[in-house]
Design a protein around this ligand. Structure first.
Ligand code: SD4
Length: 308
């Protein structure tokens, strides 16, 4: 199915990331290259909590997770990676140059260095260092809805500000009609050392089936994992649901499981189908996704949400 290229990505930081992806798509490039180039913009950005500028775990160490999936069920994932600037590119190398899907921790870093990725200094960004000092005063792990990186009851940045999200997930369809997706994160701020969320897990943080569609998640990773969220959204689209309806059904499933506790968390899904339709849905108010269908058509779309 040949179509018009299209890229969507989570939160307001997705606007700049989509432009990065668009540079690939507009030249007739592949969706896989686009979703890598796109989220690299966010990983490299100084004023964003994705990548090495993100908030650390409770021991004060930044650990990064990412995954990537193409139109042929090739996938690569890296988790608990330290001191490497572009985890998404490491995930892609794992996909393309190893017999494995996933590498974690020390072994992942060893592979990255052997592949020529520079080892960056072990140090927190000024914002993260400040946030960590503040967090140490209470040392309470209490993620704030839509401000996942704050990790305590005190928001670190302005609500809805560009620096509040520690994750970006991106989905693209190229001019040939092929789909790919990427997801990269510093994980929930002040998480336990060794904690992994949904973002590096194929099927939870991201899933692509070129014959159907692609989906990705952001928000409370533990609750996305519980229902293998992104895979669920793709399977619902396979049954005929639109991207938005599929995202909504997955969010409703999480809400049923969580009961009263649903009010304490945020989960959000984005999706595109192989017809180039896109959509999203969130548990709580405040989620938006960035949409790009041409150089001059950058747009932030407000997602629908379940809990009024
Ligand atoms: C995680 N899903 O590590 C990520 C967090 C996130 O915006 O999406 N934050 O659980």
């Amino acid at each position: 199915l040949a179509g018009k290229p299209l890229v969507i990505s989570t939160w307001d930081t997705g606007l700049a990331a989509n432009l990065g992806a668009w540079q690939v798509l507009r030249k007739g490039g592949q969706a896989l290259d686009a979703v890598e180039a796109g989220v690299m913009v966010t990983e490299a950005s100084q004023n964003c909590c994705v990548g090495l500028g993100g908030n650390p775990d409770r021991e004060g160490i930044v650990t990064l997770d990412a995954c990537i999936m193409d139109d042929k069920f090739n996938c690569g994932s890296v988790a608990a990676l330290e001191r490497i600037k572009h985890p998404i590119s490491v995930a892609r190398r794992i996909m393309e140059r190893t017999p494995h899907v996933m590498l974690v921790g020390e072994g992942a870093q060893q592979f990255a260095v052997a592949q020529g990725f520079p080892l960056e200094p072990q140090q927190l960004s000024p914002d993260a260092a400040k946030a960590y000092q503040e967090w140490l005063k209470t040392s309470q792990y209490r993620p704030v809805i839509n401000i996942e990186n704050s990790g305590s009851h005190k928001p670190v940045g302005p609500v809805g500000g560009a620096n509040n999200h520690d994750t970006i997930a991106m989905l693209a369809q190229d001019a040939q009609g092929n789909l790919s997706g990427s997801c990269t994160t510093s994980g929930m701020g002040f998480k336990m050392r060794g904690r992994l969320g949904d973002s590096p897990l194929i099927g939870s943080g991201l899933f692509v089936d070129n014959a159907v569609g692609a989906a990705a998640a952001t928000g409370q990773g533990e609750d996305v994992i519980r229902i293998a969220g992104s895979h669920t959204v793709v399977e619902l689209m396979r049954q005929g649901l639109s991207p938005t309806a599929a995202c909504k059904a997955a969010v409703e499933r999480i809400a049923r499981i969580k009961g009263d506790k649903a009010r304490e968390i945020q989960v959000c899904f984005i999706a595109i189908n192989n017809q180039g339709q896109h959509g999203a849905f969130a548990l709580q108010k405040g989620f938006s996704y960035a949409l790009c269908t041409s150089e001059n058509q950058q747009q932030l779309v407000q997602s629908g949400y379940l809990l009024k």
